[in-house]
Design a protein. Structure first.
Length: 536
């Protein structure tokens, strides 16, 4: 056989062998799946972290309860107080932002100043490297103060500030909504907007009158999900202590206000009013901190009603940013239940997210209000909340708290405090003994299930069920490696499986078995590379 023919024969043989080898190569089981609306059916399609604040994911539970958790106040509180001659009365309303680009905490805070016939605020600025030790940097070189040049409009007050992540004009990178009365009378109270390139020097938008007046802090932010600007503020006119919402496409034209929180039976026992609400986005969710103001009065305080003329913080929750729900001791309280008969005094007292302190002991015993943080401030595995507080009731100058006879107490000691919460730690599902939580049918894409849980001293295992409620082979309770420690990022593992990609793209229900454990969240993620060599 000629050498050339031999080489051709050898080449054809090799190609045929390679072709047969490619045809015999198979993808690992479950690597490729179909997914359409028929397959998914009514299953909930998951994206991102899933909390248990409400019952959206829960099909049934036995032997477990939900628990609302409170942030822990920092031992160095208050972190910022009045200590400059120009700081007249406060600090008042404020905003805290962590600038990831500059790796810097920024705080805009206000002080009330005396203006004949009306009220107005000074706008001050402070920064911090660690969020705990704050520096009142000189921003006004001429006066050597940390005062900012806010819009020069009569009655400037109640500003809410944020750094716009989508603004293309550098001169409008920072945005603000504020209240004012340009002619100095009650007739012109309004809410206007302002812009800044650096957050220090502000120019007001024209026209000034954009939104009906809100006489507590106006809180604007960019809603990534809705691709619009949103502001949370008071109802009115006339101004009333309930919560409204408005939105805008350009920060100049705002929709009519929609009232999203009004008083219900839950507010009746303590005569509660909603002084303000500071919203923030958290993953796919929205939360709000309500300054719940109880039993306003100028009269002496009844000894059997210690909550009188004081504010603490309650929590609100939303999945869409438009309709909001109250959060109580055991998570979300369905809106329909807020009009039913219950022991609402107990419910209201148990719904406190951030309490005021103890009288005669703590600097914040009198009243607390939230500082606005448009984006949650996450430090390590904690969520940081800033708040303003004082050691006197709201109308302390009438009720005598602090006592008028005390020469050192011309006004309460006011300051800005910090409280920290475990990541995802708003509401947990807990079992004192053994209990189960079963989700509704879910569909996710990914290969890893992460859970935030504390099973120290107990255990947590997970099994996967099909639509008939049967355990999926290899993903049963006995197959799961027990979680017995505390972590915000446990990886759920099943024996004999590198990961859980076999569960992806199919409706499954997850059943959590808790034994002296707390579950805060679950999150399907992607951690592995699923590359397969091509053989076309």
């Amino acid at each position: 056989m000629p050498l050339r023919c031999f080489h051709l024969t050898l080449l054809v043989t090799c190609l045929c062998a390679a072709s047969l080898q490619a045809q015999s190569r198979k993808a690992p089981p479950g690597m490729f799946k179909d997914l359409d609306d028929v397959i998914a059916g009514d299953a909930i399609i998951l994206h991102g972290k899933q909390l248990f604040v409400d019952d959206y994911l829960i099909a049934e539970s036995q032997g477990v309860t939900k628990v609302l958790h409170q942030p822990v106040k920092h031992p160095n509180n208050p972190l910022l107080v009045k200590d400059r001659p120009w700081e007249e009365s406060g600090p008042g309303y404020g905003t805290v932002h962590y600038d990831a680009d500059e790796k810097l905490f920024k705080m805009w805070y206000t002080f009330w100043r005396k203006v004949e016939g009306t009220s107005a605020s000074l706008l001050c600025y402070a920064t911090s490297q660690d969020g705990i030790r704050w520096t009142k940097s000189v921003t006004d070189k001429e006066g050597e103060t940390n005062l900012l040049r806010h819009p020069p409009i009569q009655g400037f007050q109640c500003p809410g500030v944020f750094k716009d992540p989508v603004e293309r004009d550098p001169a409008r990178r920072y945005k603000m909504l504020f209240s004012c009365n340009p002619d100095g009378t009650a007739k012109t109270w309004m809410t206007g907007a302002a812009y800044s390139a650096d957050g220090l020097h502000w120019e007001s938008a024209k026209p000034t009158a954009l939104i009906p007046f809100s006489d507590t802090q106006v809180c604007p932010f960019w809603d990534r999900r809705r691709q619009r600007y949103v502001a949370i503020l008071r109802f009115g006119p006339p101004n009333t202590r309930i919560i409204s919402r408005t939105e805008s496409e350009d920060f100049l034209h705002w929709s009519p206000k929609v009232t999203v929180l009004r008083r219900t039976k839950m507010e009746q026992p303590l005569l509660t009013q909603f002084y303000q609400m500071a919203p923030f986005t958290y993953g796919n969710y929205y939360f709000g901190l309500i300054a719940a103001y109880h039993s306003e009065t100028l009269k002496p305080i009844p000894p059997d009603k210690p909550w009188t003329d004081r504010k603490n913080l309650q929590l609100t929750f939303s999945r869409n940013g438009i309709t909001w729900q109250r959060v109580g001791k055991e998570g979300v309280i369905p809106t329909s239940e807020l009009h039913q008969d219950r022991d609402w005094q107990r419910v209201a007292q148990d719904a406190v997210f951030l309490p005021y302190g103890k009288k005669g002991k703590d600097w914040d015993w009198g009243t607390v209000s939230p500082y606005f943080t448009p984006e949650p401030i996450i430090v390590g595995d904690e969520i940081w909340f800033y708040y303003m507080a004082q050691n006197g009731r709201n109308w302390w100058n009438y009720t005598g708290d602090p006592p008028k006879k005390d020469p050192q107490a011309k006004e309460p000691r006011k300051g800005v405090g910090l409280a920290t919460l475990r990541l995802d730690g708003f509401v947990s599902v807990e079992s004192e003994k053994q209990g189960t939580l079963t989700t509704k049918p879910l569909v996710f894409l990914g290969d890893t299930l992460i859970v935030n849980a504390n099973a120290k001293g107990g255990s947590l295992v997970v099994e996967a069920l099909d639509l008939d409620g049967k355990v999926i082979e290899g993903f049963g309770r006995s197959d799961c490696v027990p979680i017995t420690t505390d972590s915000v990022r446990h990886v759920v593992r099943w024996k004999g499986h590198q990961d859980c990609h076999l569960l992806q793209a199919r409706p499954v229900a997850l059943q959590f078995h808790l034994d002296h454990a707390k579950l805060y969240s679950l999150e399907p993620t992607i951690r592995h590379n699923h590359y397969l060599q091509s053989y076309d």
